[in-house]
Design a protein around this ligand. Structure first.
Ligand SMILES: CC(C)(COP(=O)(O)OP(=O)(O)OC[C@H]1O[C@@H](n2cnc3c(N)ncnc32)[C@H](O)[C@@H]1OP(=O)(O)O)[C@@H](O)C(=O)NCCC(=O)NCCS
Length: 179
């Protein structure tokens, strides 16, 4: 049986996020291309430290969270993604998140991460709902949501910016697996 902490997809290795990933995450948080749609670059080490502390605490409290993804062929850092609790537009939700280093964009990696995260969320963690949201201008991310099978629900304001908000229920997931 696959573990929720460490697993492989066709092209990626997923590792539960830990302190060991701090240098790679700092590199990502300092990358202008990646961070353009995530609130801008975060050059300070303290910001990545805080991000890691929160991500590690999330795993400890809830038994799931974000993974770091590596290229299965050479171990290179590809990005981060996974499932996390969030208060969004006034509701408690479980969010699917993903962010990749730009050299890996456009090859279906985010969709691969999304599908495996959803499978773990619904089939191993027995979540009833998973949401995903992004800025109205982030078309690549919206396309990932659509390819992963999410349904558009509404527009929201998040972090003072307009976002599109998508949802998948456990029933949607089951139907999608049968079709
Ligand atoms: C958004 C992001 C995760 C997408 O990752 P990715 O691995 O390139 O995604 P995929 O290859 O699985 O799918 C991307 C899809 O978007 C499409 N796309 C890319 N740019 C697009 C654009 N400007 N307009 C419309 N579609 C676009 C691609 O063609 C592809 O669709 P297709 O397979 O039908 O051709 C990646 O660009 C990223 O990490 N961005 C920075 C962080 C971020 O924005 N994270 C999401 C926050 S909600």
């Amino acid at each position: 049986m696959r573990s929720t902490e460490c697993f492989c997809t066709d092209r990626l290795i997923a590792e539960r996020i830990t302190d060991a990933h701090s240098d790679e995450l700092l590199r990502m948080h300092r990358d202008e291309k990646v961070m353009a749609t995530l609130g801008g670059v975060r050059t300070e080490q303290a910001w990545t430290r805080e991000f890691l502390n929160k991500s590690i605490a999330h795993w400890n409290q809830r038994g799931f969270g974000l993974w770091v993804f590596r290229d299965i062929t050479n171990g290179e850092f590809v990005g981060r993604g996974g499932l996390r609790h969030i208060l969004v537009a006034g509701s408690d939700e479980i969010e699917l998140a993903y962010a990749l280093m730009s050299e890996y964009w456009g090859q279906g990696f985010a969709t691969e991460i999304a599908k495996h995260s959803l499978q773990i969320g619904f089939e191993m963690l027995h979540l009833t709902n998973i949401v995903c949201f992004t800025m109205t201008t982030n078309y690549a991310s919206q396309r990932v949501m659509q390819k992963a099978g999410f349904t558009y629900e509404r527009n929201i304001i998040h972090a003072h910016l307009p976002h599109v908000f998508y949802r998948m229920t456990a029933l949607d997931w089951k139907k999608q697996q049968k079709s």
